[in-house]
Design a protein around this ligand. Sequence first.
Ligand SMILES: O=S(=O)(c1cccs1)N(Cc1ccc(F)cc1)Cc1ncn[nH]1
Ligand SMILES: [Mn+2]
Ligand SMILES: [Mn+2]
Ligand SMILES: [Mn+2]
Length: 376
Amino acid sequence: KAPTAQTDPPSVLISQLFPNKTYPKGEEVEYKDDNRWRTTSEEKRHLDNLSMHNDFLPDYRHAAETHRQVRQWAQKNIKPGQTLTEIANGIEDSVRRLVGHDGLAEGDAIVAGMGFPTGLNLDHIAAHYSPNAGNKTVLQQSNVMKVDIGVHVNGRIVDSAFTVAFDPMYDNLLAAVKDATNTGVREAGIDVRLGELGGYIQETMESYECEVNGKTYPIKSIRNLSGHTILPYSIHGTKSVPIVGGTGDMTKMEEGDVFAIETFGSTGNGHVHDEGEVSHYALRTDAPKVDLRLSSAKSLLNVIKKNFSTIPFCRRYLDRLGQEKYLLGLNNLVTQGIVEDYPPLVDKKGSYTAQFEHTILLRPTVKEVISRGDDY
Ligand SMILES: O=S(=O)(c1cccs1)N(Cc1ccc(F)cc1)Cc1ncn[nH]1
Ligand SMILES: [Mn+2]
Ligand SMILES: [Mn+2]
Ligand SMILES: [Mn+2]
């Protein structure tokens, strides 16, 4: 008899818990003002149900339910004293068990798995940090850790993140960022200008302050981080959602867009720079046709194309595929512009940063907050 409930740790396939693709919808929100008519428009309802629009909705909802079940288990089980490597493996093994096997279905496009490397970003590190092999870092009681998880089904990527802190002195920092992200989610909509969103987000974020280790800090929106569109098999599309005002970006959100709405608050400079060992990489969608001299680069490129296509990966994903001594070849692919590297993004040492992120679909009739859960 097929199981009807998830285990702890999670092990039951989501597709078994929700047979015939009846995955739960995300939070459906009516568009505002000039676009409210869409809710009942026959034309838009028809468009919403067209197969070309509808075939990917179950994939997004499948990925989102996987994301919720894994993150809610992670929120319960992440504790000081665990290594980042244990935490990353626990999350990734759970995603792979729930969403079906990782990697290639023979000859098919890559079926389902991690949408990008699990971000485990401590304190002043805001994003794009995942432990590489041999990393011995142990999570501390005093850490503020941003957990950024990606799940994809047939290339439909759900990108959602939350922040873990054990010390209640960080409560206001986390509250500020959760509120700012919800402001971004609430104000997003068809025809909304991206620059306008940035202003609302910053206004919410910077209305908070926090007291950390006896010192009071205003909470700053990190001005050079942003939300972004998501395309099939491509985690960053063409549009960015600023999280500060004054960018003057008049670009509008459009029907059919998929956005990751993410905001970052900081007690530091409110600005990040690239620093530290790289873990995150991705095959560029516009990779140049270059004849590679280095045979290790050539064979590594084939492994990347076969196992990830343009989905971002990290060194641990190459390790688990049995790749060895790949660093020279990998760096060669980066130098040649075939693979993009994503170094850790850090604010100043000693500062604390927090993040919350949701993926939203601007459907013809409603805005669907696909990654919404009762946790955040
Ligand atoms: O900073 S981004 O490169 C970006 C922001 C705006 C336009 S592109 N980035 C996309 C990305 C890059 C590499 C990854 F492995 C995963 C995602 C945002 C992000 N990182 C994590 N979650 N969301
Ligand atoms: Mn993310
Ligand atoms: Mn993102
Ligand atoms: Mn680069």
